[in-house]
Design a protein. Sequence first.
Length: 93
Amino acid sequence: MKTLIVEDDFLARSLLSTLLSDFGICHVAVNGKEALGAIEKAFDENDPYDLICLDIMMPVMDGQEALLELRKIEARRGIRGLDTTKGHYGHRY
Ligand SMILES: [Mg+2]
């Protein structure tokens, strides 16, 4: 499983990364903008993320905006319905 953790809080990011690394590759991003760069790159390399853990409140680009952009990226690439990226959106920090 290839996971992307998008979280601005260092401790939360580290904890999630440690936990989810047991299940496969685990990348981290510190805000929505950085995440979208990683997501586009993964699609370009034909190796998209299976799971994205997306925090809501983050500087630069928050999780809600990043999610809207992710769905636009998927739509442009013809990815729809059950084929879209699975996620856990938002926990409070
Ligand atoms: Mg946060």
